[in-house]
Design a protein around this ligand. Structure first.
Ligand SMILES: [Zn+2]
Length: 357
């Protein structure tokens, strides 16, 4: 209370503060938490396009920081939520989307550190060659031929110099993201069509980081002990503007696909996963699909619900389909200080859970 985050998003604020607080000062205030990354790459060619990937050295620095914690398999989440006091140093480590480099790079490093992790896959992208729509949109804004492009549901976009392209990318993607899923798919298809034949494919080929796993890869990770969860079907937000049919495809559709390809699946993570990306109907679709837990990208701890009014019937994280999760920044090496600070996000998380009840 009384904390002012100014214009910093909560995660940024915790990240900044975490740099200056010695871990020993915070060891006693620990609460269990969930942390996630996306992919891990030996090197990044274009940080504007490869926003989802940690470089190997930075990823190792994060795992070094996590040595002070108990990194548990997600199957322990029921015990953690039931007894958060027993789990003050417990964390869950997760990877979102299902990039191929989680198998070719991250898995070996995580095995070396003997850390359990969960992979949340967006099923429409696994083994299909369909790239992440936001990645296609970024490629369109930065690399499509110059001139005016008329995009369905988004209007006219004039692509010129690099600087104006970066600005159009920011505002264009922001509007694209809040379109209903079906309209966004039409718009992204038009973006693909703006490239000369083969040009987009050649560009995508240059960014190996954005390649998704195929189902054999997902099964191989599962056989190595990785828990497989669902990150919806299409990598697109489940905001309040989405139809019930779209939400059902995202939740029940993804679960059915994983269960057919890999085996039982009870954990869900929302694409994007922040306040504007998850509507009240979204978590209900996740619950009704039979998932036991859903993870957002709001910061907080898995003890967040302990003091919530009427939380008796709920798990300790509050609504179990709207659990908090912290997105690891590219250089979050001061993780031992950062994790205990996540509890300061809990009041905001609880207010949001109550609003979506
Ligand atoms: Zn994602």
């Amino acid at each position: 209370m009384g904390l002012s985050f100014g214009k910093l998003a909560f995660g940024q604020w915790a990240r900044e503060l975490g740099r200056w607080v010695p871990p020993a000062a915070l060891a006693h205030v620990g609460q269990p938490a969930a942390l996630f990354f996306h992919g891990v790459e030996p090197a990044t060619a274009d940080p504007r396009l490869q926003t989802n990937h940690h470089e190997v050295a930075a990823f190792r620095a994060i795992l070094e920081g996590l040595k002070d914690f108990d990194v548990l398999p997600l199957t322990a989440v029921d015990d953690v939520l039931a007894h958060p006091g027993k789990h003050s140093r417990s964390v869950f480590l997760m990877s979102d989307d299902g990039y191929r480099n989680t198998l070719t790079v991250a898995a070996d490093i995580l095995d070396e550190y003997r850390m359990a992790w969960t992979l949340f896959v967006s099923t429409a992208h696994i083994g299909s060659g369909v790239p992440n729509p936001i990645f296609v949109a970024r490629l369109f804004f930065l690399h499509a031929p110059p001139g005016r492009h008329l995009l369905p549901h988004l209007g006219e976009v004039d692509l010129g110099s690099q600087e104006t392209r970066e600005k159009s990318a920011l505002s264009g993607i922001d509007r694209l993201r809040f379109l209903p899923g079906e309209q966004a798919e039409e718009c992204v298809a038009a973006m693909r069509g703006a490239f000369a034949p083969g040009a987009l494919e050649a560009l995508i080929e240059g960014f190996g980081s954005e390649k998704f796993l195929d189902w054999d890869d997902v099964r191989a990770l599962h056989a190595r002990g990785v828990t497989i969860g669902a990150h919806a079907d299409s990598h697109w937000p489940m905001h309040g503007g989405q139809s019930q049919a779209w939400l059902t495809r995202q939740a029940a559709g993804a679960k059915a696909r994983i269960e057919a390809e890999v085996g039982s699946c009870r954990f869900f993570a929302y694409p994007f996963g922040n306040k504007p990306d998850v509507g009240a109907a979204a978590w209900k679709a996740v619950r009704d699909a039979g998932f036991s837990h859903g993870f957002t990208t709001l910061s907080g701890t898995l003890a967040a619900g302990r003091t919530a009014a009427g939380a008796g019937a709920l798990a300790a994280g509050g609504n179990p389909w709207l659990l908090p999760r912290y997105g690891l920044g590219p250089r979050d090496s001061h993780i031992a200080s950062l994790v205990p600070l996540l509890c300061t996000g809990n009041p905001r998380l609880r207010r949001w859970q109550a609003r979506l009840a």
